[in-house]
Write a protein that binds this ligand. Structure first.
Ligand code: AMP
Length: 287
């Protein structure tokens, strides 16, 4: 497994592979890997086959964090990450520095960003106004660096996958986007690097996101069509019955367009963001 931190070196490797007709599968991550990430790596391997190459990037991208967010304390354990990726026969890990990804940014010598203007507006975009600009920018850069044929994203970040797909379509990136299912802990908590912050009873309280999703699924099963406003109010009460939980948003929407629905029915998507103490968690599912 090659560990590469220079853009020139990974691009050279990717060009060599492509010249030989080898398919490249790519999984972008921020590291502190869990089984959810590893499932994306396996999906990438499946997509490119045993003769293909799988590249994983580990980069905590500063431009997708607001100044008030957890950039500096985001969990990191590169040694462990590399061990896990080696066990999956990953071909190359790209671990760039900030100076490599955003040259001259601190001297105001960096000024190009990629912005999706519609699908990035609601939900995560409303709560974290600069977040998706950072995501689309870094993903566009990584695609130009790694030159993948296929890239795998997680359903866990549902809106992110939709926004990335739109960017790829609008800008004609020659890459196929695959979206893989959310892996959960036994009690339903979606796996996330941020779960590391959930100490003591907070871990149990965090299962309220999954319990809220299950409550919505049961409601749709029972009544077929229900009012989004009513269910939102009920779920807010449910979520905030946990002492450390504060609902940021819960939305019901059409999964392709992200347009919110006032009447929820089978096939509608639910997404929610909840603070558990200081930790902000997100989750989503189809109803
Ligand atoms: P992150 O390191 O949080 O930026 O995530 C990297 C990729 O892993 C993204 O495409 C996420 O959607 C995906 N991912 C994160 N958590 C999970 C999970 N529990 N199951 C599946 N994929 C996930």
């Amino acid at each position: 497994m090659q560990i590469v931190s220079s853009i020139a070196a990974i691009q050279r490797l990717a060009r060599k592979w492509r010249r030989a007709g080898t398919r490249i599968g790519f999984v972008p991550t921020m590291g502190y890997l869990h089984a959810g990430h590893l499932s994306l790596v396996k999906r990438a391997r499946q997509a490119v086959g045993k003769n293909g190459k799988v590249v994983v990037s580990i980069y905590v991208n500063p431009t997708q964090f607001a100044p008030t967010e957890d950039l500096s304390k985001y969990p990191r354990d590169l040694k462990r990450d590399l061990k896990l990726l080696r066990e999956l026969n990953v071909d190359a890990v790209f671990t760039p520095s900030d100076a490599e990804m955003y040259p001259n940014k601190t001297e105001n010598g960096y000024s190009t960003y990629v912005v999706e203007e519609k699908l990035s507006q609601p939900m995560e975009g409303a709560s974290r106004p600069t977040h998706f600009r950072g995501v689309t920018t870094v993903v566009a850069k990584l695609f130009n660096i790694v030159l993948p044929d296929v890239a795998v994203f997680g359903q866990k970040d549902f809106q992110q996958a939709v926004v990335v797909k739109r960017m790829v379509a609008d800008l004609y990136f020659p890459v196929q986007i695959l979206v893989a299912p959310t892996l959960r802990e036994r009690e339903g908590l979606a796996m996330s690097s941020r779960n590391k912050y959930l100490t003591g009873d907070l871990r149990r309280q965090a299962t309220i996101l999954w319990r809220a999703i299950q409550t919505a699924q049961a409601a749709v099963k029972k009544s077929k069509i229900i009012s989004a406003a009513k269910l939102k109010a009920d779920l807010k009460t449910l979520v905030e019955s946990e002492p450390a939980a504060k609902l940021d948003y819960v939305e019901f929407f059409e999964p392709e367009t992200l347009s919110s629905v006032s009447k929820i029915s089978r096939g509608s998507q639910i997404a929610l963001a909840v603070f558990i103490g200081k930790t902000r968690l997100i989750d989503n599912a189809k109803l």
